[in-house]
Design a protein around this ligand. Structure first.
Ligand SMILES: *Cc1c(COP(=O)(O)O)cnc(C)c1O
Length: 423
């Protein structure tokens, strides 16, 4: 994509030509005290609120007020089946079959529940392989699972580390790890997109490699869902988990997503933690029956879910369904490519983009390492109206989100950065 140009006029003309530009108006864009819209580049941390979220939640508040318990069956969207309204759209977003997807719990909780089923250590095969710079919650969850099984976490954990001088993980290093320890690795758990570098891993390649060594495979797709095409079914992964408050714009702490591959859908032998929501839907209220496992990802549910959170998810997923991931990713690649182009044109040797330059190895986020910088750089950006994310020691993470960010957002952000760096 070499036809990018410098200058504000180019950004303005691209916004005009952008068929998705009107979707920005469907979101609440945070403003500064003077009422000017901020440049919001942290959709990778907390996605913005769709304007339709409020009416979706109000509908459920109204039905609750007017119907009380009858809302379970009589609400406009009966609560008993509310999660089913989300399944197909969510499955399309992550590239899965409906039977493979469920919205439930929160991300780290889902990760634990998946490990109950898919981490089955034996005396000789008990190690868990994760990426070296995994998101802290994932690392803590994995370490606690090891301890739970009485395994020393130093012995049980294998880290896939980037080489010295680089931030990105390499597949030949992963192959070398399996070469050495393959017969001891019981579970491979990788972030689909690394939260720090923005590196989008080849899920299918990792899953095939791990499966060759009889390791179970899970992906944490918190930074991938709604950002890139994950093709979870085709990846062959055993399970995946993700949250809905980042790229899926469903509000702080909203319910999470979970994928269990179809090959496990009818396996009743698989160990799991269950509750009444994992039980046969038709007979759930015949309270005294023996447990009858629901097939598919639904069978991992425990509780009746929070409807207000699901209403927010529905509002957001409806927007994704209208656009489709193909068009979203097409714009995303162009917008992030433009961001990269402008950063490179700064010709500032203190700046290094650590995110892969190959568009198929990243989503919309660019992680910018700034030599000799400290947190004051981030403070100055914030003061200048750019909401970005600072990661110690020296990285700014910026995510131009195709749903609501514009070419002009990107243009102004880089102008601000240039001014601050030249100060
Ligand atoms: C955001 C994120 C989390 C957060 O976990 P919660 O359980 O939702 O608090 C965990 N893992 C990864 C990889 C994340 O990006």
């Amino acid at each position: 994509m070499s036809d990018y140009q410098l200058g504000l006029e180019y950004a303005q003309s691209e916004d005009k030509a952008d068929k998705l530009s009107s979707y920005r108006n469907q979101f609440h864009i945070p403003k500064d005290e003077a009422g000017n819209e901020l440049i919001y580049f942290t959709g990778n941390s907390l996605g913005l609120q769709p304007k339709t979220t409020q009416s979706h939640i109000n509908q459920e508040l109204k039905d609750w007020a007017e119907l009380g318990v009858e809302g379970h069956t009589e609400a406009k969207n009966p609560w008993l089946h509310y999660h089913e309204l989300l399944t197909e759209n969510m499955a399309n977003i992550v590239g899965a079959k409906p039977i493979e997807v469920i919205v439930m719990n929160t991300l780290t909780a889902n990760l634990h529940f998946m490990m109950v089923s898919f981490y089955k250590p034996t005396k000789t095969k008990y190690k868990i392989l994760i990426e070296a710079d995994a998101f802290p919650s994932d690392k803590f969850a994995v370490e606690s699972q090891l301890r739970h099984h009485g395994i020393d976490e130093k012995d049980g954990l294998i880290l896939w580390k980037p080489r010295k001088g680089s931030e990105l993980a390499r597949y030949d290093d992963l192959e070398a790890i399996f070469d050495l320890y393959g017969d001891q690795i019981a579970l491979t758990l990788i972030g689909g997109i690394n939260y720090y570098t923005g590196q989008f891993f080849d899920l299918k390649r990792i899953a095939s490699l791990a499966h060759f060594y009889d390791s179970m495979v899970g992906f944490d797709c918190a930074h991938g869902a709604g950002n890139v095409k994950l093709n979870l079914h085709d990846s062959g992964a055993d399970f995946a988990v993700w949250c809905t408050y980042k790229y899926l714009n469903s509000g702080p702490g909203s319910l999470a997503g979970c994928f269990v591959h179809e090959r496990h859908a009818h396996n009743r032998e698989l160990n799991r933690f269950t509750g009444w929501w994992s039980h046969n839907k038709e007979k759930r209220f015949d309270m005294r029956d023996e447990f009858d496992q629901l097939p598919g990802a639904e069978g991992w549910q425990l509780s009746n879910p929070p409807i207000l959170s699901m209403a927010a998810i529905k509002a957001s997923l409806d927007i994704f369904a209208e656009i489709g991931m193909d068009k979203l990713v097409e714009k995303s690649k162009k917008l992030t490519g433009y961001f990269e182009f402008l950063l490179n044109k700064l010709n500032n040797s203190n700046i290094k983009i650590i995110t892969p330059s190959n568009p198929s190895e990243r989503g919309c986020q660019l992680s910018i390492q700034v030599k000799n910088a400290d947190k004051t750089l981030h403070k100055k950006l914030t003061k200048g109206g750019v909401i970005s994310d600072w990661r110690e020691p020296d990285v700014i993470r910026c995510a131009p989100v195709p749903l609501y960010n514009s070419y002009q957002d990107v243009y102004y952000m880089v102008e601000k950065l240039k001014t601050i760096l030249n100060d």
